[in-house]
Design a protein around this ligand. Structure first.
Ligand SMILES: C[S@@+](CC[C@H](N)C(=O)[O-])C[C@H]1O[C@@H](n2cnc3c(N)ncnc32)[C@H](O)[C@@H]1O
Length: 214
């Protein structure tokens, strides 16, 4: 399939294969805190407007939170995850354009989207800065990227638990990155803002592409 051939290097195709394999049981494997993350997802989608790109839609857990007044395009590396998202979308009246695509090599023109969203995606992208740079390219000047990412816990018990879940996660999904604000700046974003979410396992990250809002 032409779409898949664009999904590049060896590490990226390993990530794709792992998500293809895990797609049927993905939601059962989702950490408990992420499963109960409804209010986080709600917060993310309140920040969106206009033409929105969802990167790494997965099984479509964000679909129930899409506001009615946005135009949504979603991508994912894994065909099997995307199939699950399509099934979920069919149960709604939402019109979502979905494509198999690698975030580090997207087919969209420059400055095409008004907002980009990625929830728990960049931790499994082998070269997150390359992916973030590509998101920056397809956003119009002044537009925002809104993300949920894993945050560093503070309590000792949570740190141990996180080490364990990261280890199990890396066996299932492959290498696991911690996304830091510097990486967003390196990718060309500015005004990076991070907000810790409760329970303290995740953070909301908002960054903008430099330039004037049109
Ligand atoms: C942990 S899941 C998160 C799914 C969904 N965003 C959520 O919040 O439940 C990560 C998703 O990102 C996708 N993904 C990983 N690397 C990607 C890449 N390079 N380009 C596009 N999608 C990617 C995976 O296939 C998977 O569906």
């Amino acid at each position: 399939m032409a779409d898949k051939e664009k999904c590049g290097d060896r590490q990226t195709s390993m990530v794709r294969k792992r998500y293809d394999r895990v797609a049927p049981v993905y939601e059962l494997l989702t950490p408990r805190a992420v499963w109960f993350s409804n209010q986080w997802r709600q917060k993310v989608w309140e920040e969106t407007s206009g033409k929105v790109l969802e990167v790494g839609i997965g099984t479509g857990k964000n679909i129930p939170y899409y506001p009615d007044n946005i135009e949504i395009t979603a991508i994912d590396l894994s065909e099997k995850m995307l199939q699950k998202a399509k099934q979920r979308a069919q149960k709604t009246n939402k019109d979502i354009k979905m494509h198999i695509m690698d975030v580090t090599n997207m087919d969209f023109p420059d400055s095409f989207f008004d907002t980009a969203v990625a929830t728990f995606v960049f931790s499994s992208v082998p070269d997150p800065v390359a992916g973030l740079r590509e998101v920056n390219r397809v956003l119009r000047p002044g537009a925002r990227l809104v993300m949920l990412e894993y945050s560093q816990p503070r309590r000792q018990m949570q740190i141990y638990l996180r080490k364990f879940t990261d280890f199990v996660g890396s066996i299932i999904y492959g290498p696991f990155n911690k996304i830091r604000a510097e990486q967003l700046y390196m990718a060309g974003f500015e005004n990076v803002r991070e907000e810790k979410l409760r329970p303290r396992v995740a953070k909301l990250v908002i960054a903008s592409k430099p330039g004037k809002e049109l």
